[in-house]
Design a binder for this molecule. Structure first.
Ligand code: ADP
Ligand code: MG
Length: 238
């Protein structure tokens, strides 16, 4: 199992307030899965995504990534794991405005201390893979929203992560550029990447074979394909 969350929760505010942005939640995501997390604004989707991506620490529970308990990892070890294994795509792209597309895509490799030659080679390849070879020297401000999101996807991919986390990846885009980005995300999944995509839009979520619905910090349904479950309780052995 790539991801195993056990009673993972995130609480904000004082202990007495007991406001759970994420109620204790257990779920598993296998390598190669394409999972949509859908729910209204404020339902806890981003909270869950930040926990799965080791961007945030749970208030309780455990998170196993590729069999490893990440809960006790210090910030450096978490950052290292994130850098090597997880790619992020955000609604607002989060590109550095004074850096060209190429430099933005090189950034994760700067943290990973890749040689400048390797950085350039791999960033160019990643930008080519998202169809942006012609814009590598452009600043984000001179790119369309769809193009900026492609740069962000190239940046997310350049370390060859096993997991891609996308939080409302088309939320700031018109429907045509959004469609291009969704097509790209689907293609990445077909190439074997594990994808978790957060959206408030049921139609977008419906493109994933597994849909996790959230409401008020809880998972209300999980459309995982039904696993082989013994039909009668007597034969349950584990
Ligand atoms: P979604 O992504 O589904 O819109 P979020 O996960 O961002 O929802 O938020 C879930 C709930 O947690 C919301 O009520 C939100 O206001 C609250 N929340 C999120 N981040 C914080 C924070 N840093 N401090 C306090 N409350 C927060
Ligand atoms: Mg959100």
């Amino acid at each position: 199992m790539l991801i195993s969350a056990r009673e993972l929760s995130r609480r904000y505010g004082s202990a007495e307030l007991k406001f759970f942005a994420l109620e204790p939640t257990s779920l598993e995501i296998e390598a190669g899965a394409f999972v949509a997390v859908v729910g209204a604004s404020g339902s806890g989707k981003s909270t869950l995504m930040h926990l799965l991506g080791l961007l945030d620490q749970p208030s309780s529970g455990r998170l196993f990534f590729d069999g490893r308990d990440t809960t006790a990892l210090g910030p450096d070890a978490a950052a290292h794991l994130r850098n090597r294994r997880i790619g992020f795509i955000f609604q607002q792209y989060h590109l550095l405005p004074r850096m060209t597309a190429l430099r933005n895509v090189e950034l994760p490799m700067v943290y990973a201390r890749e040689s400048s030659r390797n950085r350039r080679r791999r960033a160019e390849a990643a930008l080519e893979a998202v169809g942006l070879s012609a814009r590598i020297d452009s600043l984000p401000t001179s790119l369309s929203g769809g193009e900026q999101q492609r740069v962000a996807i190239a940046r997310a991919l350049v370390m060859d992560p096993v997991l891609l986390l996308a939080d409302e990846p088309t939320g700031a885009l018109d429907s045509k550029s959004g469609e291009g980005i969704l097509g790209l995300i689907e293609a990445l999944h077909r190439q074997g990447r594990t994808v978790v995509m957060v959206t408030h839009d049921e139609k977008i979520a419906a493109r994933a074979p597994r849909i996790i619905h959230m409401r008020d910090g809880s998972v209300t349904s999980d459309g995982a394909p039904v696993r082989q479950v013994p039909s009668s309780p007597e034969v349950v052995t584990s």
